[in-house]
Design a protein around this ligand. Structure first.
Ligand code: 3HC
Length: 311
């Protein structure tokens, strides 16, 4: 069965076709997908916290409604992605337990604090903008449930990015203090957003295999370069600047180049020693505990339904 399975799997990958849950797949393929999809789901769920911090302090009802819709979208993306990961045989409870125990990774970017309202703009424009650069190619990931989940997610991300850009545009055209607040938020979120794409290619242990399996379509540096090329134009519309004097387009390599990134800071954040790691996990634990009664009630109700249906 394995011999035919391996041939069948190799043929699917060679044909750039979709691998579905019931297809035979190498254990390594399954493992790296559970790793990436569960991390992606955790990122969406933890990513709700930095923005939720400003829902009760939004400057207008319109902004409050938009921000609530965005945070709800992130929750939905998380549930979508946990479902995709479950098709690989990993129960949701185990993924949640790993996250709560601090044993699961989630995107580095969500371990930074949101200090002012302008951060809502910088997160929408930069973080969701980076997410779009990363997630559009994932729509073509070889694993069916993951690629299909990404199509829906990407549609909502573009709304997230546009509303963030609009917040910054309004501030940039506002009072000098508002303009300064927008520039300060861009200064703080620029480098962490570039690091969201992962370590430099020659420091990326998973990339080679992930690209051979048509999970990752472009390297970390390629997508980072694409992102820089996007925001260096958009920031002109804001009349603001990116905190990086070394951005330039390299005609030979056809890549956008940027200043050095602090990969030591990146590994500190990944090691759980970022500005907000412990606060993010504590809040996630608290939400899990506060929600226990809902899970128990739903399970009791489901058990009663089943008993009644089988009576
Ligand atoms: N944050 C945390 N960990 C990261 C990371 C990041 N930004 N970038 C890389 N890592 C980890 C990897 O998980 C890997 O560690 P592991 O082997 O222990 O899991 C290690 O650093 C080396 O990185 P690699 O490049 O070898 O790993 P990958 O091939 O997995 O590439 C990735 C990293 C590009 C982030 C890839 O995992 C990916 O595309 N993930 C899906 C996209 C995603 O997770 N996006 C997160 C943002 S979600 C979001 O932004 C929500 C939006 O609505 C705001």
């Amino acid at each position: 069965e394995t011999v035919n399975g391996q041939e069948h799997f190799d043929a699917l990958i060679a044909a750039d076709a979709r691998v579905e849950p019931r297809d035979w797949m190498p254990e390594g393929y399954r493992k790296t997908l559970v790793r990436q999809i569960s991390q992606h789901a955790h990122s969406e769920i933890i990513g709700m916290q930095p923005e939720a911090n400003w829902i009760t302090r939004a400057p207008s009802l319109k902004r409050k409604a938009i921000l609530m819709a965005k945070v709800q979208d992130e929750a939905g993306h998380g549930l979508y992605l946990y479902s995709a990961a479950e098709t690989l045989g990993t129960p949701r409870d185990r993924m949640t337990a790993d996250l709560i125990a601090g044993k699961a990774r989630y995107s580095s970017i969500f371990n930074y604090p949101t200090l002012t309202w302008a951060d809502m703009g910088a997160i929408g424009w930069l973080v969701d903008g980076a997410a779009i650069c990363n997630q559009v190619p994932l729509c073509r990931a070889s694993y069916g449930p993951y690629g299909r989940a990404m199509v829906r997610v990407c549609k909502e991300e573009s709304f997230h990015q546009r509303q963030g850009f609009e917040i910054l545009l309004e501030l940039a055209n506002g009072t000098p203090a508002q303009r300064e607040m927008a520039q300060d938020a861009i200064n703080r979120w620029y480098a962490p957003s570039l690091m969201m794409f992962g370590p430099p290619d020659d420091d990326s242990p998973n990339s080679k295999q992930s690209m051979a399996w048509n999970i990752k379509r472009f390297s970390n540096d390629e997508l980072r370069s694409r992102f820089v090329g996007m925001i260096v134009e958009q920031v002109k519309v804001l009349g603001l600047t990116l905190p990086d004097a070394e951005i330039r387009y390299n005609e030979e390599t056809e890549r956008w180049e940027h200043g050095p990134l602090d990969w030591n800071e990146f590994s500190e954040v990944l090691a759980g020693r970022g500005p907000c790691n412990s606060q993010r996990l504590a809040r996630r634990r608290e939400a899990h505990e506060d929600g226990a009664w809902v899970r128990e009630a739903a399970a009791a109700y489901a058990a009663r339904q089943t008993a009644r249906d089988n009576a």
